[in-house]
Design a protein around this ligand. Structure first.
Ligand code: C2E
Ligand code: MG
Ligand code: MG
Length: 590
Protein backbone atom coordinates (compact mmCIF):
# COMPACT_ATOMS: atom_id res chain seq x y z
CA UNK A 1 0.00 0.00 0.00
CA UNK A 2 1.65 3.24 -1.12
CA UNK A 3 1.13 5.84 1.54
CA UNK A 4 2.48 9.31 1.97
CA UNK A 5 5.14 7.89 4.27
CA UNK A 6 6.22 5.09 1.90
CA UNK A 7 6.52 7.58 -0.97
CA UNK A 8 8.54 9.92 1.19
CA UNK A 9 10.88 7.13 2.33
CA UNK A 10 11.38 5.83 -1.22
CA UNK A 11 12.46 9.31 -2.34
CA UNK A 12 14.79 9.63 0.65
CA UNK A 13 16.34 6.22 -0.10
CA UNK A 14 16.89 7.17 -3.75
CA UNK A 15 18.71 10.22 -2.50
CA UNK A 16 20.77 8.05 -0.17
CA UNK A 17 21.77 5.73 -3.05
CA UNK A 18 22.69 8.74 -5.16
CA UNK A 19 24.98 10.11 -2.42
CA UNK A 20 26.54 6.71 -1.78
CA UNK A 21 27.14 5.50 -5.36
CA UNK A 22 26.91 8.37 -7.78
CA UNK A 23 28.25 11.32 -5.79
CA UNK A 24 30.20 9.34 -3.21
CA UNK A 25 29.40 12.18 -0.82
CA UNK A 26 29.80 10.56 2.57
CA UNK A 27 29.42 13.79 4.49
CA UNK A 28 26.05 14.38 2.85
CA UNK A 29 25.16 10.73 3.43
CA UNK A 30 26.04 10.74 7.12
CA UNK A 31 23.50 13.56 7.63
CA UNK A 32 20.79 10.94 7.03
CA UNK A 33 22.17 8.43 9.51
CA UNK A 34 21.04 7.98 13.06
CA UNK A 35 23.78 7.98 15.73
CA UNK A 36 22.79 4.41 16.59
CA UNK A 37 22.68 3.02 13.06
CA UNK A 38 23.57 -0.61 12.46
CA UNK A 39 24.97 -1.34 9.02
CA UNK A 40 25.55 -4.79 7.61
CA UNK A 41 27.63 -4.57 4.46
CA UNK A 42 28.36 -7.22 1.83
CA UNK A 43 31.76 -8.29 3.19
CA UNK A 44 32.25 -10.68 6.12
CA UNK A 45 33.55 -7.97 8.42
CA UNK A 46 31.49 -5.10 7.16
CA UNK A 47 29.37 -4.61 10.23
CA UNK A 48 29.01 -1.25 11.97
CA UNK A 49 26.97 -0.47 15.02
CA UNK A 50 27.19 3.30 15.20
CA UNK A 51 27.31 6.27 12.86
CA UNK A 52 30.98 6.80 13.76
CA UNK A 53 31.89 3.26 12.71
CA UNK A 54 29.85 3.56 9.49
CA UNK A 55 31.63 6.78 8.50
CA UNK A 56 35.03 5.15 9.20
CA UNK A 57 33.98 2.26 7.02
CA UNK A 58 33.00 4.57 4.13
CA UNK A 59 36.38 6.32 4.37
CA UNK A 60 38.11 2.96 4.23
CA UNK A 61 36.04 2.05 1.15
CA UNK A 62 36.94 5.24 -0.66
CA UNK A 63 40.65 4.57 -0.02
CA UNK A 64 40.24 1.26 -1.88
CA UNK A 65 38.27 2.78 -4.78
CA UNK A 66 37.70 6.52 -5.07
CA UNK A 67 35.87 6.59 -8.44
CA UNK A 68 32.17 7.11 -9.08
CA UNK A 69 29.43 4.60 -9.89
CA UNK A 70 26.46 4.52 -12.19
CA UNK A 71 23.16 3.00 -11.09
CA UNK A 72 21.11 0.70 -13.29
CA UNK A 73 17.79 -1.13 -12.85
CA UNK A 74 17.06 0.61 -9.57
CA UNK A 75 13.89 -0.51 -7.77
CA UNK A 76 12.75 1.08 -4.50
CA UNK A 77 9.88 -0.32 -2.52
CA UNK A 78 8.77 1.23 0.75
CA UNK A 79 6.68 -0.28 3.55
CA UNK A 80 5.17 1.78 6.34
CA UNK A 81 5.38 -0.04 9.67
CA UNK A 82 4.00 2.80 11.77
CA UNK A 83 3.84 6.57 11.63
CA UNK A 84 7.50 6.75 12.70
CA UNK A 85 8.95 3.56 11.24
CA UNK A 86 9.35 2.30 7.67
CA UNK A 87 11.48 0.02 5.52
CA UNK A 88 12.58 0.59 1.95
CA UNK A 89 13.81 -2.39 0.00
CA UNK A 90 16.12 -1.76 -2.92
CA UNK A 91 17.54 -3.76 -5.78
CA UNK A 92 19.99 -2.08 -8.14
CA UNK A 93 23.14 -2.63 -10.10
CA UNK A 94 26.10 -0.37 -9.36
CA UNK A 95 28.58 -0.02 -12.22
CA UNK A 96 31.87 1.79 -12.37
CA UNK A 97 32.17 4.48 -15.06
CA UNK A 98 33.33 3.23 -18.50
CA UNK A 99 36.69 4.95 -18.12
CA UNK A 100 37.39 3.61 -14.61
CA UNK A 101 40.72 2.00 -13.87
CA UNK A 102 39.02 -1.15 -12.63
CA UNK A 103 35.67 -2.13 -14.11
CA UNK A 104 33.06 -3.43 -11.67
CA UNK A 105 29.41 -4.33 -11.96
CA UNK A 106 27.65 -5.24 -8.71
CA UNK A 107 24.02 -6.29 -8.52
CA UNK A 108 23.01 -5.37 -4.98
CA UNK A 109 19.99 -5.70 -2.81
CA UNK A 110 19.59 -3.89 0.46
CA UNK A 111 16.98 -2.80 2.90
CA UNK A 112 17.02 0.52 4.68
CA UNK A 113 15.09 0.98 7.91
CA UNK A 114 13.99 4.56 8.62
CA UNK A 115 12.92 5.96 11.96
CA UNK A 116 11.41 9.36 12.61
CA UNK A 117 13.31 11.09 15.34
CA UNK A 118 12.42 14.64 16.39
CA UNK A 119 10.33 14.92 13.23
CA UNK A 120 13.29 13.96 11.00
CA UNK A 121 13.60 10.63 9.21
CA UNK A 122 16.93 8.95 9.98
CA UNK A 123 18.35 5.62 8.88
CA UNK A 124 18.65 3.23 11.80
CA UNK A 125 19.56 0.08 9.90
CA UNK A 126 20.94 -0.95 6.52
CA UNK A 127 21.26 -4.53 5.41
CA UNK A 128 23.23 -4.82 2.22
CA UNK A 129 23.82 -8.07 0.36
CA UNK A 130 25.32 -9.42 -2.81
CA UNK A 131 24.61 -12.90 -4.11
CA UNK A 132 27.08 -15.72 -4.58
CA UNK A 133 29.78 -14.35 -6.87
CA UNK A 134 30.96 -17.83 -7.86
CA UNK A 135 27.88 -18.16 -10.01
CA UNK A 136 27.75 -16.73 -13.48
CA UNK A 137 26.77 -13.11 -13.71
CA UNK A 138 23.22 -13.59 -14.99
CA UNK A 139 22.33 -16.37 -12.58
CA UNK A 140 23.69 -15.11 -9.38
CA UNK A 141 21.17 -12.41 -8.89
CA UNK A 142 17.58 -12.97 -9.83
CA UNK A 143 15.98 -9.59 -9.62
CA UNK A 144 12.44 -10.86 -10.16
CA UNK A 145 12.76 -13.49 -7.46
CA UNK A 146 14.08 -10.88 -5.03
CA UNK A 147 11.27 -8.48 -5.86
CA UNK A 148 8.63 -11.16 -5.47
CA UNK A 149 10.11 -12.20 -2.11
CA UNK A 150 10.02 -8.56 -1.06
CA UNK A 151 6.39 -8.26 -2.15
CA UNK A 152 5.43 -11.32 -0.13
CA UNK A 153 7.24 -9.89 2.84
CA UNK A 154 5.39 -6.64 2.27
CA UNK A 155 2.08 -8.45 2.42
CA UNK A 156 3.03 -10.37 5.54
CA UNK A 157 4.24 -7.20 7.21
CA UNK A 158 1.06 -5.37 6.25
CA UNK A 159 -0.98 -8.19 7.70
CA UNK A 160 1.04 -8.16 10.88
CA UNK A 161 0.73 -4.40 11.09
CA UNK A 162 -3.03 -4.48 10.58
CA UNK A 163 -4.03 -7.56 12.57
CA UNK A 164 -4.52 -8.06 16.27
CA UNK A 165 -2.47 -11.18 17.07
CA UNK A 166 -4.74 -12.25 19.95
CA UNK A 167 -8.06 -12.28 18.13
CA UNK A 168 -7.09 -12.38 14.45
CA UNK A 169 -9.40 -9.45 13.60
CA UNK A 170 -8.04 -6.03 12.65
CA UNK A 171 -6.27 -3.80 15.11
CA UNK A 172 -6.47 0.00 15.18
CA UNK A 173 -4.29 0.48 12.06
CA UNK A 174 -6.20 -2.24 10.23
CA UNK A 175 -9.52 -0.71 11.23
CA UNK A 176 -8.56 2.67 9.82
CA UNK A 177 -7.25 1.06 6.66
CA UNK A 178 -10.34 -1.18 6.17
CA UNK A 179 -12.76 1.66 6.86
CA UNK A 180 -11.00 3.98 4.43
CA UNK A 181 -11.22 1.23 1.81
CA UNK A 182 -14.94 0.75 2.48
CA UNK A 183 -15.57 4.50 2.23
CA UNK A 184 -13.77 4.57 -1.11
CA UNK A 185 -15.73 1.61 -2.42
CA UNK A 186 -19.16 2.84 -1.29
CA UNK A 187 -18.74 6.61 -1.00
CA UNK A 188 -22.44 7.40 -1.08
CA UNK A 189 -23.56 5.18 1.78
CA UNK A 190 -24.23 6.29 5.35
CA UNK A 191 -22.18 4.77 8.14
CA UNK A 192 -22.05 4.37 11.89
CA UNK A 193 -18.69 4.28 13.62
CA UNK A 194 -19.10 2.42 16.88
CA UNK A 195 -16.61 2.08 19.69
CA UNK A 196 -17.35 0.00 22.75
CA UNK A 197 -15.64 -1.15 25.90
CA UNK A 198 -16.40 -4.23 27.94
CA UNK A 199 -17.68 -3.46 31.41
CA UNK A 200 -15.85 -5.10 34.31
CA UNK A 201 -13.27 -6.71 32.07
CA UNK A 202 -10.68 -6.16 34.80
CA UNK A 203 -12.87 -8.24 37.07
CA UNK A 204 -12.78 -11.20 34.63
CA UNK A 205 -8.99 -11.05 34.46
CA UNK A 206 -8.65 -10.71 38.18
CA UNK A 207 -11.07 -13.45 39.18
CA UNK A 208 -10.71 -15.94 36.34
CA UNK A 209 -7.14 -15.22 35.24
CA UNK A 210 -5.67 -13.68 32.10
CA UNK A 211 -6.15 -16.92 30.11
CA UNK A 212 -9.90 -16.66 30.52
CA UNK A 213 -9.76 -12.93 29.81
CA UNK A 214 -8.07 -13.71 26.48
CA UNK A 215 -10.68 -16.37 25.66
CA UNK A 216 -13.46 -13.86 26.27
CA UNK A 217 -11.82 -11.33 23.94
CA UNK A 218 -11.28 -13.96 21.23
CA UNK A 219 -14.88 -15.06 21.53
CA UNK A 220 -16.19 -11.50 21.29
CA UNK A 221 -14.01 -10.90 18.22
CA UNK A 222 -15.28 -14.06 16.54
CA UNK A 223 -18.91 -13.13 17.17
CA UNK A 224 -18.42 -9.52 16.23
CA UNK A 225 -16.94 -10.55 12.89
CA UNK A 226 -20.09 -12.57 12.19
CA UNK A 227 -22.21 -9.43 12.59
CA UNK A 228 -20.35 -7.62 9.79
CA UNK A 229 -21.92 -7.57 6.33
CA UNK A 230 -20.33 -6.61 3.02
CA UNK A 231 -18.86 -3.12 3.34
CA UNK A 232 -18.55 -3.34 7.12
CA UNK A 233 -15.69 -4.16 9.44
CA UNK A 234 -14.75 -4.66 13.06
CA UNK A 235 -11.57 -4.52 15.11
CA UNK A 236 -10.10 -4.81 18.57
CA UNK A 237 -8.45 -1.44 18.86
CA UNK A 238 -6.94 -1.82 22.30
CA UNK A 239 -7.22 -4.03 25.41
CA UNK A 240 -10.98 -4.54 25.85
CA UNK A 241 -12.08 -1.89 23.35
CA UNK A 242 -13.65 -2.88 20.05
CA UNK A 243 -14.80 -0.84 17.06
CA UNK A 244 -17.11 -1.43 14.17
CA UNK A 245 -17.95 0.34 10.94
CA UNK A 246 -21.55 -0.51 10.09
CA UNK A 247 -23.71 0.78 7.29
CA UNK A 248 -26.32 3.06 8.83
CA UNK A 249 -29.94 3.04 7.74
CA UNK A 250 -32.08 4.26 10.64
CA UNK A 251 -31.73 4.48 14.40
CA UNK A 252 -34.37 1.77 14.75
CA UNK A 253 -32.45 -0.58 12.52
CA UNK A 254 -29.27 0.23 14.43
CA UNK A 255 -30.88 -0.48 17.77
CA UNK A 256 -32.12 -3.80 16.38
CA UNK A 257 -28.58 -4.69 15.32
CA UNK A 258 -27.19 -3.48 18.62
CA UNK A 259 -29.60 -5.75 20.49
CA UNK A 260 -28.37 -8.63 18.38
CA UNK A 261 -24.75 -7.80 19.15
CA UNK A 262 -25.63 -7.59 22.82
CA UNK A 263 -27.22 -11.04 22.91
CA UNK A 264 -24.69 -12.75 20.68
CA UNK A 265 -21.53 -11.07 21.93
CA UNK A 266 -20.36 -14.05 23.89
CA UNK A 267 -21.10 -17.78 23.60
CA UNK A 268 -23.26 -19.22 26.31
CA UNK A 269 -20.61 -21.79 27.31
CA UNK A 270 -18.17 -18.96 28.09
CA UNK A 271 -20.62 -16.79 30.01
CA UNK A 272 -21.44 -19.90 32.04
CA UNK A 273 -17.77 -20.42 32.83
CA UNK A 274 -17.30 -16.89 34.07
CA UNK A 275 -20.75 -16.87 35.59
CA UNK A 276 -21.67 -13.43 34.34
CA UNK A 277 -23.11 -11.63 31.34
CA UNK A 278 -20.86 -9.46 29.26
CA UNK A 279 -22.11 -5.89 29.06
CA UNK A 280 -20.71 -3.02 27.05
CA UNK A 281 -20.78 0.75 26.89
CA UNK A 282 -20.78 2.02 23.33
CA UNK A 283 -20.47 5.37 21.62
CA UNK A 284 -21.89 5.75 18.11
CA UNK A 285 -20.86 8.43 15.67
CA UNK A 286 -22.67 9.02 12.39
CA UNK A 287 -20.18 10.77 10.09
CA UNK A 288 -21.69 13.37 7.80
CA UNK A 289 -18.76 13.84 5.47
CA UNK A 290 -16.71 10.69 4.99
CA UNK A 291 -14.67 12.26 2.22
CA UNK A 292 -13.12 14.87 4.46
CA UNK A 293 -13.19 13.55 8.01
CA UNK A 294 -10.43 11.19 9.18
CA UNK A 295 -11.45 7.82 10.59
CA UNK A 296 -9.36 8.48 13.68
CA UNK A 297 -11.37 11.65 14.38
CA UNK A 298 -14.57 9.64 13.93
CA UNK A 299 -13.32 7.15 16.52
CA UNK A 300 -12.56 10.03 18.88
CA UNK A 301 -16.14 11.25 18.58
CA UNK A 302 -17.48 7.75 19.23
CA UNK A 303 -15.24 7.73 22.31
CA UNK A 304 -16.61 11.07 23.52
CA UNK A 305 -20.13 9.61 23.26
CA UNK A 306 -18.97 6.47 25.07
CA UNK A 307 -17.44 8.52 27.87
CA UNK A 308 -20.67 10.45 28.37
CA UNK A 309 -22.33 7.34 29.78
CA UNK A 310 -22.46 7.56 33.59
CA UNK A 311 -20.15 5.06 35.28
CA UNK A 312 -22.75 3.49 37.54
CA UNK A 313 -25.41 2.37 35.04
CA UNK A 314 -26.29 -1.30 34.94
CA UNK A 315 -26.40 -3.45 31.79
CA UNK A 316 -25.25 -2.40 28.33
CA UNK A 317 -25.74 1.08 26.94
CA UNK A 318 -25.14 2.88 23.62
CA UNK A 319 -25.10 6.61 23.14
CA UNK A 320 -25.05 8.64 19.92
CA UNK A 321 -22.52 11.41 19.64
CA UNK A 322 -23.74 14.99 19.45
CA UNK A 323 -21.87 18.28 19.30
CA UNK A 324 -22.91 19.24 22.83
CA UNK A 325 -20.74 16.35 24.05
CA UNK A 326 -17.75 17.83 22.29
CA UNK A 327 -18.40 21.23 23.93
CA UNK A 328 -18.71 19.50 27.24
CA UNK A 329 -15.37 17.85 26.72
CA UNK A 330 -13.76 21.13 25.69
CA UNK A 331 -15.07 22.69 28.90
CA UNK A 332 -13.75 19.73 30.87
CA UNK A 333 -10.34 20.17 29.26
CA UNK A 334 -10.33 23.88 30.07
CA UNK A 335 -11.21 23.02 33.65
CA UNK A 336 -8.39 20.50 33.85
CA UNK A 337 -5.91 22.90 32.29
CA UNK A 338 -6.67 25.59 34.83
CA UNK A 339 -6.79 23.20 37.81
CA UNK A 340 -3.08 23.23 38.67
CA UNK A 341 -2.48 26.97 38.04
CA UNK A 342 -5.50 27.61 40.28
CA UNK A 343 -3.64 25.88 43.09
CA UNK A 344 -0.61 28.13 42.57
CA UNK A 345 -2.84 31.24 42.33
CA UNK A 346 -4.58 30.36 45.57
CA UNK A 347 -8.00 30.19 43.91
CA UNK A 348 -9.28 27.26 46.01
CA UNK A 349 -10.81 28.74 49.12
CA UNK A 350 -11.42 26.98 52.37
CA UNK A 351 -15.05 27.28 53.41
CA UNK A 352 -16.39 25.75 56.58
CA UNK A 353 -19.97 24.82 57.29
CA UNK A 354 -20.95 24.78 60.96
CA UNK A 355 -22.19 21.60 62.59
CA UNK A 356 -24.32 22.19 65.64
CA UNK A 357 -25.69 20.31 68.60
CA UNK A 358 -29.27 19.49 67.68
CA UNK A 359 -30.49 20.19 71.21
CA UNK A 360 -28.57 23.36 72.13
CA UNK A 361 -27.93 24.75 68.60
CA UNK A 362 -24.32 25.52 69.60
CA UNK A 363 -21.54 25.06 67.05
CA UNK A 364 -19.53 22.04 68.02
CA UNK A 365 -17.64 21.27 64.85
CA UNK A 366 -17.44 22.06 61.14
CA UNK A 367 -16.98 20.56 57.72
CA UNK A 368 -14.32 21.89 55.36
CA UNK A 369 -15.77 22.47 51.89
CA UNK A 370 -13.98 23.93 48.94
CA UNK A 371 -15.02 26.85 46.74
CA UNK A 372 -13.08 27.66 43.58
CA UNK A 373 -12.87 31.43 43.34
CA UNK A 374 -11.91 32.47 39.81
CA UNK A 375 -9.86 35.59 39.12
CA UNK A 376 -13.04 37.51 38.20
CA UNK A 377 -14.59 36.62 41.57
CA UNK A 378 -17.05 33.94 40.41
CA UNK A 379 -17.38 30.98 42.74
CA UNK A 380 -17.49 27.48 41.28
CA UNK A 381 -19.20 24.94 43.52
CA UNK A 382 -17.35 21.66 44.14
CA UNK A 383 -19.88 19.48 42.34
CA UNK A 384 -18.84 21.23 39.10
CA UNK A 385 -15.19 20.21 39.35
CA UNK A 386 -14.65 17.45 41.95
CA UNK A 387 -16.12 14.69 39.71
CA UNK A 388 -13.83 15.79 36.85
CA UNK A 389 -10.81 15.89 39.18
CA UNK A 390 -11.73 12.37 40.33
CA UNK A 391 -12.03 11.11 36.79
CA UNK A 392 -8.58 12.40 35.84
CA UNK A 393 -6.79 11.63 39.12
CA UNK A 394 -6.17 15.28 39.94
CA UNK A 395 -8.19 14.91 43.11
CA UNK A 396 -5.18 13.40 44.88
CA UNK A 397 -3.11 16.58 44.87
CA UNK A 398 -6.25 18.71 45.25
CA UNK A 399 -7.29 16.96 48.49
CA UNK A 400 -3.81 17.42 49.91
CA UNK A 401 -3.92 21.09 48.96
CA UNK A 402 -7.23 21.52 50.85
CA UNK A 403 -5.79 19.62 53.84
CA UNK A 404 -2.85 22.01 53.83
CA UNK A 405 -5.25 25.01 53.86
CA UNK A 406 -7.25 23.51 56.71
CA UNK A 407 -4.13 22.78 58.75
CA UNK A 408 -2.83 26.33 58.19
CA UNK A 409 -6.14 27.71 59.46
CA UNK A 410 -6.23 25.42 62.50
CA UNK A 411 -2.60 26.29 63.33
CA UNK A 412 -3.55 29.97 63.23
CA UNK A 413 -6.40 29.35 65.66
CA UNK A 414 -4.05 27.45 67.97
CA UNK A 415 -1.49 30.26 67.81
CA UNK A 416 -4.20 32.75 68.72
CA UNK A 417 -4.93 30.65 71.79
CA UNK A 418 -8.34 29.41 70.67
CA UNK A 419 -9.58 26.03 71.71
CA UNK A 420 -9.98 24.06 68.49
CA UNK A 421 -13.29 22.74 67.23
CA UNK A 422 -13.00 19.49 65.28
CA UNK A 423 -13.29 19.92 61.52
CA UNK A 424 -14.00 17.15 59.08
CA UNK A 425 -12.47 17.02 55.63
CA UNK A 426 -13.75 15.21 52.55
CA UNK A 427 -11.33 12.73 51.03
CA UNK A 428 -11.66 10.99 47.71
CA UNK A 429 -11.93 7.23 47.61
CA UNK A 430 -9.08 7.24 45.09
CA UNK A 431 -6.63 7.65 47.98
CA UNK A 432 -7.55 4.32 49.45
CA UNK A 433 -5.50 2.32 47.00
CA UNK A 434 -2.35 4.29 47.75
CA UNK A 435 -0.30 2.55 50.45
CA UNK A 436 1.57 5.72 51.42
CA UNK A 437 -1.61 7.82 51.68
CA UNK A 438 -2.11 7.74 55.43
CA UNK A 439 1.58 8.43 56.10
CA UNK A 440 1.42 11.48 53.81
CA UNK A 441 -1.81 12.65 55.45
CA UNK A 442 -0.30 12.30 58.95
CA UNK A 443 2.91 14.04 58.05
CA UNK A 444 0.96 17.05 56.73
CA UNK A 445 -1.15 17.24 59.89
CA UNK A 446 1.93 16.77 62.10
CA UNK A 447 3.89 19.43 60.26
CA UNK A 448 1.35 21.93 61.65
CA UNK A 449 1.13 20.20 65.02
CA UNK A 450 -2.65 19.72 64.83
CA UNK A 451 -4.02 17.18 67.33
CA UNK A 452 -5.31 14.19 65.38
CA UNK A 453 -8.58 14.02 67.30
CA UNK A 454 -9.55 17.42 65.87
CA UNK A 455 -9.62 16.15 62.31
CA UNK A 456 -12.21 13.75 60.93
CA UNK A 457 -12.05 11.95 57.60
CA UNK A 458 -15.17 11.92 55.45
CA UNK A 459 -15.46 9.18 52.89
CA UNK A 460 -18.63 8.50 50.95
CA UNK A 461 -20.85 5.55 51.65
CA UNK A 462 -20.08 4.05 48.22
CA UNK A 463 -16.38 3.71 49.11
CA UNK A 464 -17.33 1.76 52.24
CA UNK A 465 -19.53 -0.58 50.24
CA UNK A 466 -17.37 -1.13 47.17
CA UNK A 467 -13.94 -1.19 48.78
CA UNK A 468 -14.90 -2.83 52.04
CA UNK A 469 -11.62 -4.67 52.73
CA UNK A 470 -9.49 -1.63 52.03
CA UNK A 471 -11.83 0.52 54.14
CA UNK A 472 -11.58 -1.81 57.14
CA UNK A 473 -7.80 -1.57 56.92
CA UNK A 474 -7.91 2.20 56.57
CA UNK A 475 -10.36 2.57 59.48
CA UNK A 476 -8.13 0.54 61.76
CA UNK A 477 -5.03 2.53 60.76
CA UNK A 478 -6.86 5.83 61.22
CA UNK A 479 -8.01 4.83 64.69
CA UNK A 480 -4.50 3.76 65.65
CA UNK A 481 -3.40 7.28 64.81
CA UNK A 482 -6.27 8.91 66.68
CA UNK A 483 -8.33 10.27 63.74
CA UNK A 484 -12.10 9.97 63.47
CA UNK A 485 -13.78 8.42 60.46
CA UNK A 486 -17.14 9.53 59.05
CA UNK A 487 -19.40 7.82 56.52
CA UNK A 488 -20.63 10.61 54.26
CA UNK A 489 -23.82 10.67 52.17
CA UNK A 490 -25.42 7.73 53.95
CA UNK A 491 -28.69 6.78 52.27
CA UNK A 492 -27.76 7.70 48.72
CA UNK A 493 -28.58 4.23 47.62
CA UNK A 494 -25.77 1.81 48.25
CA UNK A 495 -25.62 0.57 51.77
CA UNK A 496 -27.96 -1.55 53.81
CA UNK A 497 -28.40 -0.98 57.51
CA UNK A 498 -26.49 -4.18 58.35
CA UNK A 499 -23.43 -2.76 56.74
CA UNK A 500 -23.08 -0.30 59.63
CA UNK A 501 -22.13 -3.11 61.97
CA UNK A 502 -19.36 -4.27 59.61
CA UNK A 503 -17.50 -1.00 59.05
CA UNK A 504 -15.91 0.59 62.03
CA UNK A 505 -16.61 4.28 61.51
CA UNK A 506 -17.22 6.83 64.27
CA UNK A 507 -19.63 9.24 62.62
CA UNK A 508 -22.61 8.61 60.36
CA UNK A 509 -23.70 11.44 58.12
CA UNK A 510 -27.24 11.01 56.90
CA UNK A 511 -27.66 12.50 53.45
CA UNK A 512 -30.07 15.31 52.67
CA UNK A 513 -32.03 13.09 50.27
CA UNK A 514 -33.35 10.97 53.16
CA UNK A 515 -34.31 14.05 55.14
CA UNK A 516 -36.14 15.59 52.20
CA UNK A 517 -38.63 12.75 52.24
CA UNK A 518 -39.68 12.88 55.85
CA UNK A 519 -42.67 15.21 55.59
CA UNK A 520 -44.79 12.95 53.44
CA UNK A 521 -42.89 9.72 53.40
CA UNK A 522 -43.28 7.32 56.26
CA UNK A 523 -40.62 5.05 54.74
CA UNK A 524 -37.96 7.80 54.91
CA UNK A 525 -38.95 8.54 58.50
CA UNK A 526 -38.65 4.86 59.45
CA UNK A 527 -35.26 4.56 57.75
CA UNK A 528 -33.89 7.63 59.53
CA UNK A 529 -35.25 6.53 62.89
CA UNK A 530 -33.94 2.97 62.58
CA UNK A 531 -30.59 4.24 61.30
CA UNK A 532 -30.15 6.54 64.28
CA UNK A 533 -31.17 3.80 66.67
CA UNK A 534 -28.74 1.31 65.19
CA UNK A 535 -25.91 3.84 64.95
CA UNK A 536 -26.31 4.71 68.63
CA UNK A 537 -26.29 1.04 69.58
CA UNK A 538 -22.85 0.74 68.06
CA UNK A 539 -21.65 4.03 69.51
CA UNK A 540 -21.65 6.10 66.37
CA UNK A 541 -22.44 9.79 66.37
CA UNK A 542 -25.15 10.78 63.90
CA UNK A 543 -24.99 13.98 61.85
CA UNK A 544 -27.88 14.92 59.62
CA UNK A 545 -27.01 16.98 56.52
CA UNK A 546 -29.19 19.44 54.65
CA UNK A 547 -31.45 20.75 57.39
CA UNK A 548 -33.42 23.55 55.79
CA UNK A 549 -36.61 23.87 57.83
CA UNK A 550 -37.65 24.30 61.47
CA UNK A 551 -39.86 21.22 61.08
CA UNK A 552 -36.90 19.09 60.06
CA UNK A 553 -34.86 20.41 62.96
CA UNK A 554 -37.63 19.80 65.45
CA UNK A 555 -38.20 16.28 64.08
CA UNK A 556 -34.49 15.38 64.28
CA UNK A 557 -34.30 16.69 67.80
CA UNK A 558 -37.31 14.55 68.73
CA UNK A 559 -35.84 11.32 67.33
CA UNK A 560 -32.46 11.81 69.00
CA UNK A 561 -30.14 12.86 66.16
CA UNK A 562 -26.92 14.21 67.66
CA UNK A 563 -25.63 16.86 65.31
CA UNK A 564 -27.11 18.96 62.50
CA UNK A 565 -25.71 20.66 59.44
CA UNK A 566 -27.76 22.73 57.03
CA UNK A 567 -28.64 26.05 55.50
CA UNK A 568 -31.25 26.68 58.21
CA UNK A 569 -28.47 27.33 60.71
CA UNK A 570 -25.44 28.08 58.59
CA UNK A 571 -24.25 27.78 55.03
CA UNK A 572 -20.62 26.95 54.20
CA UNK A 573 -18.73 30.18 55.00
CA UNK A 574 -15.23 31.64 54.87
CA UNK A 575 -13.14 30.46 57.79
CA UNK A 576 -12.98 33.98 59.26
CA UNK A 577 -16.75 34.10 59.47
CA UNK A 578 -16.91 30.60 60.94
CA UNK A 579 -14.43 31.67 63.59
CA UNK A 580 -16.55 34.72 64.45
CA UNK A 581 -19.68 32.62 64.94
CA UNK A 582 -17.90 30.07 67.03
CA UNK A 583 -16.16 32.72 69.14
CA UNK A 584 -19.50 34.29 69.94
CA UNK A 585 -20.51 30.81 71.08
CA UNK A 586 -24.08 31.89 71.00
CA UNK A 587 -27.06 29.79 70.23
CA UNK A 588 -27.38 29.83 66.47
CA UNK A 589 -30.51 30.81 64.71
CA UNK A 590 -31.28 31.27 61.03
P1 C2E B 1 -20.67 16.67 51.09
O1 C2E B 1 -19.38 16.30 51.70
O2 C2E B 1 -21.81 15.76 51.31
O3 C2E B 1 -20.98 18.12 51.64
C1 C2E B 1 -22.23 18.55 51.98
C2 C2E B 1 -22.83 19.32 50.85
O4 C2E B 1 -24.16 19.62 51.18
C3 C2E B 1 -22.14 20.66 50.63
O5 C2E B 1 -22.19 20.94 49.25
C4 C2E B 1 -23.03 21.62 51.39
O6 C2E B 1 -22.97 22.95 50.93
C5 C2E B 1 -24.36 21.02 51.08
N1 C2E B 1 -25.36 21.40 52.08
C6 C2E B 1 -25.19 21.50 53.41
N2 C2E B 1 -26.36 21.88 53.99
C7 C2E B 1 -27.27 22.02 52.99
C8 C2E B 1 -28.66 22.40 52.93
O7 C2E B 1 -29.28 22.68 53.93
N3 C2E B 1 -29.25 22.42 51.72
C9 C2E B 1 -28.59 22.09 50.58
N4 C2E B 1 -29.23 22.16 49.43
N5 C2E B 1 -27.27 21.75 50.59
C10 C2E B 1 -26.63 21.71 51.78
P2 C2E B 1 -20.97 21.51 48.49
O8 C2E B 1 -20.16 22.39 49.34
O9 C2E B 1 -21.49 22.03 47.19
O10 C2E B 1 -20.08 20.22 48.24
C11 C2E B 1 -20.51 19.18 47.44
C12 C2E B 1 -19.65 17.99 47.60
O11 C2E B 1 -18.34 18.21 47.05
C13 C2E B 1 -19.39 17.59 49.03
O12 C2E B 1 -20.50 16.87 49.51
C14 C2E B 1 -18.15 16.76 48.91
O13 C2E B 1 -18.47 15.43 48.53
C15 C2E B 1 -17.45 17.43 47.76
N6 C2E B 1 -16.34 18.26 48.29
C16 C2E B 1 -16.36 19.53 48.73
N7 C2E B 1 -15.12 19.93 49.09
C17 C2E B 1 -14.30 18.87 48.87
C18 C2E B 1 -12.88 18.63 49.05
O14 C2E B 1 -12.12 19.49 49.52
N8 C2E B 1 -12.39 17.40 48.71
C19 C2E B 1 -13.22 16.43 48.21
N9 C2E B 1 -12.69 15.23 47.90
N10 C2E B 1 -14.54 16.62 48.05
C20 C2E B 1 -15.07 17.82 48.37
MG1 MG C 1 -18.82 15.64 53.30
MG1 MG D 1 -22.60 14.52 52.38
Amino acid sequence: MATKITNQLEVLTERLAELYFIKRDYTGLSGFLSERISWIGTGVNEICSSKKEAVMFFEEESRIYDGYFLIENAWFHGIEISSDLGIVMVTLTAKTLPDASCVMKMPLRFSVVWHKDNNLWKVIHVHNSIADTDLKEHNYFNIEAAQSAYSQMNERLNNAVNTDPLTGISNMTGFIHDTEKIFKKYPDDSYAIIKFGIKNFRYINRVHGYGMGDKVLQNIAKNLKKTCREGETCARIEKDIFAMTYRFLTKDEMSYREKKVRTKLIDRRISKKINMDICFVAGIYLPQDIRHEHVIDMLDKALIAQQSVPKNITGSRSVYYDDAMMNNMIQKNELLESAIPAMQNDEYKLYIQPQFDIQTHRIISGEALCRWQKEDGTLIPPNDFIPVFEEYGMIISFDFHMLELLCQQMRKWMDEGLELKPVSINQSRLHIENEAYLEDFCSTVDRYGIPHEDIAFELTESAFVEQQDEMLKLASNLHKRGFQLAIDDFGTGYASLNFLSVVSADILKIDKCLLDGIENNKRSRSIIEKTIELAHEIDMTVICEGIETEEQLEYLSRIGCDIGQGFLIGRPMESRQFEKLWMQDKVLSN
